[in-house]
Design a protein around this ligand. Structure first.
Ligand code: ASP
Ligand code: MG
Length: 422
């Protein structure tokens, strides 16, 4: 008998009919002799709806009191879907019980709306499993030291599921979603994109951080830290497909480099439209400038991604970096108002119409010339590279947003990722 955690995303839980399907699928697994813990998201659109109601009443405020109430509010979405699933399971004749995060409890720190899980007490869940019940634990939420309900950040149910799997030593964590696995790139941009049957944990981590939306990045970090075997698979297959077939479907996130498989040098192409570029021009080329520019940015809690500084000319350098588009205006204001006058730089300019395209693959460790091939492909398409950043297993470029599709398609083909068509 194995212990398996199932996580169902919002679309999979999107209507009573879909919840019934989830219940039938879970029942199939439980009747096959597995102990099952299910972690559902809120029904699709529900978290947005709830947060929208709050926004109608008051503009967002950066206070703990306000964020505490947002958590109180948003956590109800998962509480509802969990109870509905328990009801659906019981209707299938499957004994089942649902718990909110605080009932388990799933303990977190107190950073409302982006809390981190600190520990999970699995006693209550285990007792129910041993009594033959399917146990449902709300995704996305926990409780802090003071007894306040917290949430883990948007998409946080993935992390709940992996954390529960880790805490309970589950055999596998199955992330059921509306796509049938992890693809070489977004199939909406490249129709020839292929599903990966396996992807290494490190590649998945890069892809998640580079804009692939399949998994919340923290869930991948968690899986890596505790070596939780994790699989991404579709909840839209018929619920009654053969269990063994279902168990092998989707994409498995692996921890060993698989020698059996022929490893492509580049496994995937990730992209992110949500960034913007900010440049400080004519910065005096003297020690401490990067800190004097980025220090205030960090203090304002603005996350910086790609950074470049060019060689100085006449004792002046230009300094550019990217931030999330939602922080763009705030970053410009900050730099213009506080940094520019103090620094004696010439001006601050910005461009919100950029995107970042990245190639990812653990094979890049052992192959040379991968980045230069990327640059060649882009140059052949006449695409200008504005910024470059690399790590051991990825190369990212910042380009004009209007070339995003062209760049991703060209790279997908050039690195041999296109699906073979018969
Ligand atoms: N319901 C939450 C959200 O929409 C958490 C999740 O679905 O993972 O962000
Ligand atoms: Mg999600």
């Amino acid at each position: 008998m194995s212990l398996i955690v199932h996580k169902y995303g919002g679309t999979s839980m999107g209507s009573p009919e879909r919840i019934r399907n989830v219940a039938r699928r879970v029942t199939k697994w439980a009747r096959a002799g597995h102990q099952i813990v299910v972690v559902p998201s809120a029904m699709s659109g529900e978290t947005n709806r709830l947060l929208g109601l709050a926004a109608e009443l008051a503009p967002a405020r950066a206070t703990t009191e306000y964020h505490r109430e947002l958590d109180m509010l948003a956590a109800t979405g998962e509480q509802a879907s969990s109870a509905l699933l328990a009801i659906a399971l019981q209707a299938e004749g499957m004994p089942s019980v649902s718990y909110a995060g605080w009932q388990v409890p799933v303990r977190t720190d107190s950073s409302h709306t982006k809390a981190r899980i600190e520990s999970i007490d699995d006693q209550r869940v285990r007792a129910d499993l041993d009594a033959g019940r399917v146990v449902i634990v709300t995704g996305f939420q926990g409780i802090d030291e003071l007894g306040n309900i917290t949430t883990l950040g948007r998409g946080g149910s993935d992390t709940s599921a992996v954390a529960i799997a880790a805490a309970m030593g589950a055999d596998e964590c199955l992330i059921y979603t509306d796509v049938d696995g992890v693809y070489t790139t977004d199939p909406r941009v490249v129709p020839a994109a292929r599903r990966l049957t396996t992807v290494s944990f490190e590649e998945m981590l890069e892809m998640a951080s580079l804009g692939s939306k399949v998994l919340q990045i923290r869930s991948v970090e968690f899986a890596g830290k505790y070596k939780v075997p994790m699989r991404v698979l579709s909840s839209f297959t018929p619920w009654d497909i053969d269990l063994a077939e279902e168990a092998q479907s989707g994409t498995l996130i692996t921890f060993e480099e698989d020698e059996k498989m022929e490893q492509a040098v580049v496994s995937g192409i990730a992209f992110n439209r949500g960034e913007a570029k900010v440049s400080v021009l004519g910065v005096p080329d003297s020690p401490g400038m990067a800190f004097r520019i980025l220090g205030p940015v960090a203090d304002a809690n603005i996350e910086v991604d790609v950074i470049i500084q060019n060689i100085s000319k006449d004792g002046k350098a230009d300094f550019s970096f990217t931030v999330s588009q939602s922080d763009f205006a705030r970053t410009l204001d900050l730099l213009r108002e506080t940094v520019l006058p103090e620094l004696g730089a010439k001006e601050v300019v910005g461009d919100p119409n950029i995107c970042k395209v990245s190639i990812v693959g653990i094979g890049m460790r052992s192959h040379v010339g991968v980045a230069s091939k990327m640059f060649r492909v882009l140059s052949e398409e006449g695409i200008n590279i504005q910024m470059i950043s690399t790590s051991e297993i990825k190369t990212s470029v910042v380009i004009d947003e209007k070339y995003l599709e062209l760049a991703v398609r060209a790279l997908h083909t050039a690195f041999g990722l296109d699906q073979e068509t018969a």
